[in-house]
Design a binder for this molecule. Sequence first.
Ligand code: HEC
Ligand code: HEC
Length: 290
Amino acid sequence: MKKALWYALAAFAVAGCFGVNWWLSAQRHARKIAARKAAFAAYGVHVDGSSDYAALPLSVPVRESVKEIGLDLFVCDHIGKQRRSCADCHPRDQGGTDGRRHGAHVTLPVENLAFQRVFGHDGAETNLTAVVERMVFGADYLAFPTNWDFRKRIGNGLRFRDRFDAAFGSSWSTNEVVLALSEYAWSRITVHTPFDWYMFGSGHPEALGPAAKRGFDAFKDARCIRCHSGIALGGERTEKNVKMPGLRGFSRRPFARQGEDAVADKAASMPGAPKSAGALSDLAAFLRCL
Ligand code: HEC
Ligand code: HEC
């Protein structure tokens, strides 16, 4: 009789443990969903929280007049050395990257950065402005000499003065140049890719072809979002001092234009990638819709 009681108690304890565990994991899951909803809502994107994926919003809040100055500075070939401009390395019609190496690093796309948290090749910066400053002054980039009279050069040489005065008052300096460029960089968002249509509103299933749809499933199965997480599918964190690049906008990058085999090879090199050639080619089809 006593023995039976002990058994019952033990069974009860084990069931209790499972129960508590289940309850804890349900709580964790609920917290994760709430956090994701809040993170997306901060960009004006509303998701039901049950999906890790969403269409990108069409815009993020920026100061229009500052952004416009930033755009003109971004494409202007008068402020850098050898008439170099930001847009030379970050071409706007190629997902914001030339896909080439400059100095020690391959150009990172200037796109969808408003949805990211870490910046620079090593993701060491949490402030976009810090990287833009490096781009303006860094020897491998625009190499704008720090001892130049930026104000004079921008103001007189390029006739930006009135617009700077209007946006910042008359005491602007290099800081505002960096600020305007950052505002523009922040505003750049990839839009209207097949994946956006697929995810938009209640969804448009026909926007992805059969291979890309299978590729999306493979992407989910391989848990690529372990690293390529968030609405930009990356840019939220680093691992071993490497920034996890955002995959949204990939279809526009020179890499994607190298063709399906190159993209499939890249996917194959990723941790947790599927092994079969079929799944990899589906993944490549999906990546080229992002
Ligand atoms: C000579 C080519 C070149 C020029 C010119 C250049 N960049 Fe870059 N850019 C790069 C490379 C390479 C990287 C990645 C290396 C790094 O982060 O240190 C990068 C990274 C960035 C990043 C970080 C993106 C991320 O995902 O974290 C931003 C933002 C950026 N550049 C903006 C600009 C702006 C604004 C200008 C003009 C002032 C500019 N770049 C000029 C090559 C260039
Ligand atoms: C452990 C983290 C991790 C996982 C998991 C991961 N990736 Fe990556 N991915 C990275 C890092 C880091 C880079 C940048 C370095 C590089 O290109 O190798 C990258 C780069 C990429 C690129 C190139 C992007 C570009 O514009 O150059 C693609 C495409 C890609 N990953 C796809 C995938 C796919 C598909 C999966 C799932 C099968 C996946 N990744 C899983 C970390 C990861």
